[in-house]
Design a protein around this ligand. Structure first.
Ligand code: CA
Length: 225
């Protein structure tokens, strides 16, 4: 799952990015209001964590812009202790929850998970292909009922392949969605990760699910096409 953090304070931003990455999320960080609004409007995120006091545009205006673009992503607002007014504006602009700074990371994580749980109802919690199951919230993967031990990146990669099953995903798309890298970056990283993931998901099981489409990318499908 992908989270956008909009926070101008470098220390807090890095702290959130690191903590959420360790918790298994793919995290993008925007450092001002306009950048946050632009990224938020792409609709690529499962959750947005939005600071109120931002250079360029206040958080509640960023949120209005995102909602105006028709993006229904859950939004967690970060507000200062004494700014009741901001909280009200944020909730009016369509925030789903707010957290008062300073906060404990464990609490932030709990709020995020709860928002993701009631978030996009169109996205099922458990993604399946044949006897492979990926539980997005419990962050658990099983094949034929057997638990697979995946790294955070492998999990994100498998989740992407499952969400877009049947679709050939170019390395450039995988790079941007899972590694937050550009196409110019070393795509060998992706090939190695797919090989490792495939060893865990497909070795010893039938049917094979992850396929290489030469010169194009990777696809997860149950029927060989
Ligand atoms: Ca701020």
């Amino acid at each position: 799952m992908k989270i956008l953090v909009v926070e101008d304070e470098p220390k807090t931003g890095e702290y959130l990015r690191q903590g959420l990455t360790e918790a298994g999320f793919v995290v993008d960080l925007a450092r001002d209001g306009p950048d946050g609004m632009h990224l938020g409007q792409t609709g690529e995120y499962d959750l947005i964590i939005l600071d109120v006091m931002l250079p360029g545009l206040p958080g509640w205006q960023v949120l209005e812009g995102i909602r105006r673009a028709g993006i229904a992503v859950p939004v967690l607002f970060l507000t200062a202790r004494d700014r009741v007014e901001d909280r009200v504006k944020g909730l009016e602009a369509g925030a789903d929850d707010y957290l008062v700074k300073p906060f404990a990371f464990a609490e932030l994580l709990a709020r995020c998970r709860s928002l993701l749980r009631r978030g996009k109802s169109t996205e099922p919690e458990v993604l399946r292909a044949a006897d492979l199951e990926l539980d997005r919230l419990r962050r658990r993967v099983t094949r034929a009922g057997r638990r697979l031990d995946l790294t955070a990146k492998e999990f994100a990669l498998l989740e992407l392949l499952l969400r877009r099953r049947g679709e050939v995903l170019p390395r450039s798309l995988i790079a941007s969605q899972v590694w937050d890298m550009n196409f110019d970056s070393d795509t060998n990283v992706i090939d190695v990760a797919v090989r490792r993931l495939r060893a865990k998901v497909d070795e010893g099981f039938e049917p094979k699910l992850i396929r290489t489409v030469r010169g194009m990318g990777y696809v997860l499908e149950t029927e060989p096409g």
